[in-house]
Design a protein around this ligand. Structure first.
Ligand code: HSE
Length: 304
């Protein structure tokens, strides 16, 4: 028996929805789990992270899988995990959440699903710590998450973006900006006017994505809680954000904690990505462009 797990990339925050909103993108990591019976963990990494990520039990997918075997009280028989990674690491496109879910879903399926999807989602959020990436990766589409009395509630919202009518251009500069650092530089307290700025716009972002109103998205996708502190630390990011809008994007925001930026438009327009890339290049960074749709579907598990 083998298990194939596919998990999509995600973009968190969507501007004002800091730590709350996330959207699944149609860029997928795939991993095939084969029980070997030899008590060893071997991970083959192809694509993003190849030659860099651990190929043993220290690999994040393997760690997540072993966590599930432990919680189920079952010994791991030894595994070969063959990964095809398309989501770049440390990019703001949800690669850690994808790894966490991949490992947990793969092990759960091998064990005959002792945990429900809801339990896996809860465990992944508790372990990874960011519901705004984990929840859309699991559920697909546009998802809002809240924490209530130590419990995470995630709800998929209706969105035209879920049906592929909105195009996303992600531009990823070659710049190391770990989420831990990107969070450490944020103020611990915010002013009331900044909270109001974000609350009102976050609601409008969900409405704009529900109706596909890109003009409204452009007005609403602004932020006072994280982007003003993060963008200046990423060389060229402020200029790239402006360049994307000037080239015709309806809205541009930091994708998750960065360093990538995401630009939304009604259809694919190569001018948007290339002008943003040039802005990063002017600041001395190379950058990669990803032309993506959104994904209504979340993580998939197939027994092969
Ligand atoms: N929302 C998080 C942040 C990142 O902006 O720090 C991803 O969950």
């Amino acid at each position: 028996m083998k298990v194939l797990v596919k998990v999509p990339a995600t973009t968190a925050n969507l501007g004002p929805g800091f730590d709350a909103l996330g959207l699944a993108l149609n860029l997928w990591n795939e991993a095939e789990f084969t029980p070997t019976g030899d008590n060893r963990i071997v991970v083959e990494v192809n694509g993003e992270g190849e030659g860099k990520l651990p190929t043993n039990a220290d690999n994040a997918i393997a760690e997540a899988a072993l966590q599930i075997f432990d919680l189920a009280g079952k010994p791991c028989p030894g595994l070969r995990i063959s990964c095809l990674n398309r989501v770049p690491l440390g990019s703001g496109m949800g690669s850690s959440s994808a790894a966490m879910l991949t490992g947990m879903l793969g092990a759960n399926a091998l064990l005959g699903n002792p945990f429900t999807e809801e339990e896996i989602l809860k465990l992944a959020i508790e372990t990874e710590g960011h519901p705004d990436n984990v929840a859309p990766a699991m559920l697909g589409g546009l998802v809002v998450s809240i924490v209530h009395e130590n419990r995470v509630f995630s709800m998929k919202l209706p969105a035209r973006a879920n049906h592929g009518s909105i195009h996303a251009t992600i531009v990823l500069p070659d710049f190391d900006f770990p989420t831990k650092q990107a969070r450490a530089i944020l103020p611990r307290q915010v002013e009331r006017k900044d909270a109001i700025f974000n609350i009102s716009r976050a609601v409008l972002v969900t409405e704009a994505l529900r109706t596909g109103d890109l003009e409204l998205l452009g007005i609403a996708m602004k932020d006072s809680l994280h982007q003003p502190y993060r963008l200046p630390l990423i060389p060229g990011a402020i200029a790239a954000l402006e360049a994307g809008k000037k080239a015709g994007a309806a809205a541009v925001a930091l994708s998750g904690a960065g360093p990538s930026l995401i630009a939304f438009s009604s259809q694919q327009d190569p001018g948007i990505g290339s002008s943003m890339k040039r802005a990063f290049e002017s600041a001395g960074l190379t950058a990669r462009i990803f032309e993506l749709g959104t994904s209504y579907e979340g993580a998939e598990v197939t027994i092969v």
